[in-house]
Design a protein around this ligand. Structure first.
Ligand code: SF4
Length: 505
């Protein structure tokens, strides 16, 4: 088996000094923390610094003005969070895979006199676990709860548990406070969100967790466009679970983004290609890439995921062509370990990705998140191997697969990354348009074959600098392409193959 370079900074969280004691706790200073999580050396280290989480910048924006906000993301490899001045309040976002680190940070700050508030998806699905490590927990929409929590701290009447749903329209929520972010540390600081929730409810998705109720909501499109303009970056990443959940909304959003002459990418489900004119609108609005959850090439597996309204696997190739014909590159997401997967699944999937020239692919080992139907099923069947949440990161096998061993599953997952990141595979998937090959290769080599470089780039805050030429190159080419696309009548476009332009970012 191939051994990978895995520096300790990518594996182990920075040390918290046990002997440190603050001289005093600084009133009205709040520190917002994104805890460290280990990085899989088989995948790209670069994917962790594409764009910041919106959780903390949204909380920062909802903070009452009398509080001073500090921000720290441990994954930017700048060491442990700062403790001078020592904050009165520490807010930590908690996800399954870094729950242990979040709890360690919480204990460290509490032992030194800070008030610690935990929130995030894992707190919502496992509140009993989180409450043991915090002065208070926020279950649900933190943007609503945060000002109330800080007011209660001021009045000395902090409660243990705060709850809010996601039923509100999120038009009234303030724009995330991006000034706090180290702009040089991300490909782009413009992470946007236009919709919340998803009309699907796949059995393995965290949105299917019994304790999470996130009704589908959309923001006003002009507000989204304004936020994009205000951050003054050429490229944005939509962090929506599925930007294509409501096609009519997506069409309106595209019309609002079109005049900006910027580029963006988003996760969408494959059914957006039901109407090729919608994909054309996306391209005309600056969409250069989509992240698509194909999940599996097997009908039986797809049926068991409960993913509705999605085309059958035999349709996938034609749908990928629709994106490519509109200059949109495809990052396909595939899950291994479903009950109908045999050891052949890895090679079949890699062959399919190469045949269809997917510019990028992301692999996941099927992971039953606590509270999901899949978790309950595996628990009832006695197939869970353990409940060590740190390993529930989609890179480790945490259950007993049906038609192969756990070792075969984990090796097959690693083999897929190795094959797709190989020179040969990158070359096989090059775009048909010769002019698009150079930016495609630049993007591929930086993203997929530069883990040896990423640690240095992240530590020295060079992420934005190395990406910037590729982003700007892609944006300029895309603006030209859009003009050409806009002048091509829809009918003609359906009959001719438009030259793909996007491969870049
Ligand atoms: S389509 Fe995607 S976001 Fe929606 S429920 Fe399924 S996996 Fe989750």
């Amino acid at each position: 088996m191939k051994t990978y370079w895995h520096p300790k900074q990518m594996q182990i969280a920075p040390e918290l000094h046990p002997a440190f004691r603050p001289e005093r706790v600084e009133r009205h200073i709040v520190l917002l923390l994104n805890p460290f999580y280990p990085k899989d050396p088989r995948a790209s280290f670069g994917k962790h610094v594409l764009t910041p989480t919106l959780a903390l910048t949204s909380l920062a924006a909802a903070t009452p003005p009398e509080w001073e906000v500090r921000y720290w993301d441990e994954n930017l490899l700048q060491g442990p969070p700062p403790c001078e001045p020592f904050p009165q309040v520490v807010g930590i976002t908690v996800h399954l895979t870094f729950a242990k680190r979040a709890h360690a940070l919480a204990e460290w700050y509490r032992a030194r006199g800070a008030i610690v508030i935990l929130g995030g998806l894992h707190v919502q699905s496992c509140p009993d676990e989180a409450v043991r490590h915090a002065d208070a927990i926020a279950i649900g929409n933190g943007v609503i709860l945060w000002p109330q929590i800080l007011r209660d701290i001021d009045r000395n009447c902090l409660q243990k548990v705060y709850r809010a749903g996601y039923e509100n329209s999120f038009d009234a929520e303030p724009f995330p406070m991006r000034d706090l972010l180290p702009r040089r540390s991300f490909l782009t600081t413009t992470s946007l969100i236009a919709t919340r929730g998803c009309k699907n409810r796949c059995t393995f998705c965290y949105l299917a967790t019994s304790k999470i109720r996130m009704p589908y909501r959309c923001r006003r499109v002009r507000q989204v466009a304004l936020e994009f303009v205000m951050d003054d970056q050429p490229y944005a990443v939509f962090t929506d679970n599925n930007l294509g959940s409501d096609p009519e909304y997506l069409r309106q959003l595209c019309q609002a983004l079109r005049p900006l002459e910027k580029i963006w990418s988003a996760a969408v489900s494959l059914d957006v290609t039901d109407d090729p004119s919608l994909v054309r609108e996306m391209a005309l609005a600056g969409c250069t890439g989509v992240f698509v959850g194909f999940e599996t090439l097997s009908n039986e597996n797809l049926h068991e995921t409960n993913k509705k309204n999605t085309p059958a696997p035999k349709e996938y190739s034609r749908r990928v062509d629709i994106f490519h014909q509109n200059g949109i590159q495809v990052n396909g997401s595939f899950v291994f370990g479903f009950d109908h997967d045999t050891p052949e699944v890895f090679e079949q999937t890699a062959d399919w990705i190469e045949r269809n020239r997917l510019e990028c692919a992301t692999f996941h080992i099927l992971t039953p998140y606590p509270g999901t139907p899949l978790f309950r099923q595996f628990e009832q069947e006695g197939r869970l191997l353990h409940k060590n949440w740190e390993l529930y990161d989609t890179a480790h096998v945490v259950f007993r697969p049906k038609l192969m061993s756990a070792e075969t599953l984990e090796e097959g997952y690693g083999w897929c990354y190795q094959r797709l990141f190989s020179h040969r595979s990158i070359w096989r998937r090059r775009p048909q348009d010769v002019k698009a090959i150079a930016p495609y290769l630049a993007m591929s080599y930086l993203y997929k074959r530069s883990n040896w470089l990423w640690k240095f780039l992240i530590e020295h805050q060079l992420t934005a600098l190395v990406w910037r030429p590729i982003v700007e190159w892609t944006r300029r080419r895309h603006v030209k392409f859009r003009r050409q696309l806009a002048s091509t009548p829809k009918i003609a476009q359906e009959q001719t193959v438009i030259v793909p332009v996007s491969p870049g970012v």
